[in-house]
Design a protein around this ligand. Structure first.
Ligand code: S3P
Length: 435
């Protein structure tokens, strides 16, 4: 099959649009439902490769998953204590880093249980020492290949609460430790240097788990059961970001994004883009909001001229999956765009610093890699275009498509199929807006 091409001849993006369900919240909703005693309905669960891997793993651990109307699933969980007859199995996380790092939080709290976790080629390059360390300190055992990579085995234990100062900003690590904290004697505190997405914390509260936040410290206490009502997954702000970027860059565009999650720990990209001159009207949640709800709303986006900006380290976790899009906006903006404190991008589905720098340079951008991010220089005119390889990374595939729509000569995307990991309908949604 030939690689798809995206070019400006297709014209502006116009119309109303609902992004796919949130990937981060879908993973967490399914996992929490599986740990509950009573069945839980999850509405608007994301149907993608990553979130399918989560359901498959939960089935292996003894949960049941049934259809519950359009977009809904009913999960019959096993309670906090997974049946030990399910022990010894191999759990395949596919391409999902979130599943790989959250699930061990649950497994660690099952004394006598032992599970091996593995995934695809990209997962095997992603570090797990970041969860192995705190889980071992709590009383579980995690044995990983070369001490750091999948496949790895989690042996559950009788856990004790710890205070864990996170050496890297990561919502996945924070979530893993907080989940393990539900099984640990005493209380468990995670301290983060800068705030990362807080979906796990919001769900803990919704599940009536004793949970407190004090600035950057989150504390959870041991519980016997989760009490969860129906979970409704909002549309994904990270998936929406690709369409928002396209509507910003392609002249004459106007797109209204509906039902999108506006949790402030996920909307860093929209704030950065606005600072660059993007026109994005909507009720973004107030930074610092500490609640159990997941706010949803509308974003009204129109194309506009952009200027360079500087993204500081504290902003990085709030826009972690969209930083490659900041690079793309920077390539079309007037002046210099700098992203600092983003070394974590090297450990994503691909080394996203190297991939975005090489990828955008190949399309004509003036962009350089730094130790902890990149610098892009633009003069306000569109990129030339060319060919970009997604390297099997879903977010780079979609970035290539957006670059193409706004470029002078169009962009051919190699391995566009990678987008299915988080956003299977991406090309169809684009086509509808390009109408
Ligand atoms: C995620 C956290 C982030 C993000 C990933 C999803 C999550 O990873 O990049 O796509 O759902 O918790 P890190 O925790 O490694 O920063």
């Amino acid at each position: 099959m030939s690689a798809p091409r995206f070019d400006r001849a297709t014209g502006p993006l116009r119309g109303d649009y609902v992004p796919p369900p949130d990937k981060s919240i879908s993973h967490r909703a399914a996992l929490f439902a599986a740990m509950a005693d009573e069945p839980v309905t999850v509405r608007n669960y994301l149907a993608s490769l990553d979130t399918r891997s989560t359901l498959d793993a939960l089935l292996k651990l003894g949960a049941a998953v049934e259809d519950d109307g359009p977009g809904g699933i009913l999960i019959r969980g096993v309670g906090l204590h997974a049946p030990l007859e399910a022990t010894g199995g191999l759990l395949d996380v596919g391409n999902s880093g979130t599943l790989m790092r959250l699930l061990p939080g649950w497994l660690a709290g099952q004394p006598g249980g032992s599970w091996t976790i593995d995934g695809d080629e990209s997962i095997r390059r992603r570090p797990v020492d970041r969860i192995a360390e705190p889980l071992a300190a709590m009383g579980a055992e995690v044995a990983a290949r070369e001490g750091r990579f999948p496949p790895f085995t989690v042996r559950g234990g009788k856990l004790t609460g710890i205070t864990y100062e996170m050496p890297v900003p990561s919502a996945q690590v924070k979530s893993c430790v907080l989940i393990a904290g539900m099984f640990a004697e005493g209380s468990t505190t995670v301290v983060e240097a800068s705030q990362s997405r807080d979906h796990t914390e919001r769900l803990l509260r919704r599940a009536r788990v004793p949970f407190e936040r004090d600035g950057r410290r989150s504390t959870v206490a041991q519980v016997d059961e989760l009490e969860l009502e129906e979970i409704v997954v909002p549309a994904d702000a990270s998936s929406a970001a690709f369409i928002v970027a396209a509507a910003t860059l392609v002249p004459g565009s106007r797109v209204v994004v509906n039902d999108v999650g506006l949790n402030w720990t996920r909307t860093g990209f929209f704030r950065i883009a606005e600072r660059m001159g993007a026109v994005i009207l909507g009720d973004l949640e107030e930074p610092g909001t500490d609640t159990d709800a997941e706010p949803v709303g509308e974003l009204d986006v129109a194309s506009s001229k952009l200027e360079g900006t500087v993204v500081e380290p504290e902003e990085v976790p709030l826009a972690i999956d969209e930083l490659t899009l900041v690079a793309l906006l920077g390539a079309f903006a007037d002046g210099e765009t700098v992203v600092r404190g983003a070394e974590e991008l090297r450990f994503k589905e691909s080394n996203r610093i190297a991939a975005v720098v090489e990828g955008l340079r190949g399309l004509g951008a003036e962009i350089e890699e730094t130790d902890d991010g990149f610098v892009v220089r633009g003069d306000g005119s569109p990129l030339r275009g060319g060919t970009i390889d997604s390297r099997g990374d879903h977010r780079l595939a979609m970035l290539g498509a957006v670059a193409g729509l706004a470029s002078k000569e169009g962009v051919e995307v190699l391995d566009m199929k990678a987008a299915e990991v988080s956003y299977p309908g991406f090309e169809l949604d684009l086509a509808a807006l390009l109408g």
